[in-house]
Design a protein around this ligand. Structure first.
Ligand SMILES: C[S@@+](CC[C@H](N)C(=O)[O-])C[C@H]1O[C@@H](n2cnc3c(N)ncnc32)[C@H](O)[C@@H]1O
Length: 207
């Protein structure tokens, strides 16, 4: 996102961390549930990018090994007790890292999820390139996000468009601007209250 640095993301989520679950927990939860339902139930290795406070962790397939990465230590500190509670039910590792430069070899994951991350990250294109690298060919990339032009939200999108760096949210991101020749869009549908967000299910083609 133009003007939003990694440090700005960390600063924004240092501020949001104590209230994040209260403000964005229930409000965005039906989207998280739809995303989890769309994951290939046979996926063994799942990466959640921008895991935040870990609100989606309990929804992943029971047999999956889940890795959650996030830039913000304050958000991850809140995910930790959730991850611990899940141990036994599923393996969860949390890693503090920038998802544009992931510490994983090529093709490490069967499915990668990005719940509500693309509009709040400095460089969505670079992020997606890195995710295609660590996703195995034929694996899934599942994007949950608010994309521009979403019905009744257009007025608000315009109002926020000049303030992206200050509020830490790019209201004008379009899915078309992120398209890649190296993936196939399998499904796109609206989710959440008043069609606030879209869920895109993508197949990662050959690297
Ligand atoms: C809106 S929160 C979403 C949290 C969670 N996925 C959820 O469903 O509520 C966005 C998260 O993405 C993280 N983030 C943004 N850019 C990132 C990047 N390049 N690498 C890792 N995490 C990033 C932020 O620190 C923040 O915790």
């Amino acid at each position: 996102m133009q003007g939003l640095s990694r440090e700005a993301v960390r600063r924004v989520y240092r501020f949001y961390a104590p209230v994040y679950d209260f403000v964005f927990g229930l409000l965005l939860d039906s989207g998280r549930a739809a995303l989890a339902r769309a994951i290939d139930p046979a996926a063994q290795r799942v990466l959640e990018v921008g895991v935040g406070t870990g609100l989606a962790l309990k929804r992943y397939p029971a047999q999956a090994q889940v890795v959650g990465v996030d830039l913000s230590e304050e958000m991850l500190l809140r995910a930790l007790p959730r991850a611990r509670r899940l141990r036994g039910a599923r393996a969860v590792d949390l890693v503090c890292a920038d998802a544009e430069h992931l510490p994983f070899p090529d093709a490490s994951f069967d499915a990668i999820t990005l719940p509500y991350v693309l509009s709040v990250t400095p460089n969505p294109q670079a992020l997606l390139r890195e995710l295609r690298r660590v996703c195995r060919p034929g694996g899934q990339i599942l994007i949950l996000n608010h994309f521009k032009g979403a019905g009744i939200w257009q007025g608000l999108e315009r109002m926020l468009s000049g303030a992206a760096a200050r509020v830490g949210f790019n209201s004008c991101l379009s899915l078309e601007s992120l398209q890649s020749e190296r993936w196939t869009l399998l499904e796109l549908r609206t989710v959440n209250l008043l069609n606030l967000s879209k869920l895109a299910v993508i197949k990662n083609d050959a690297h």
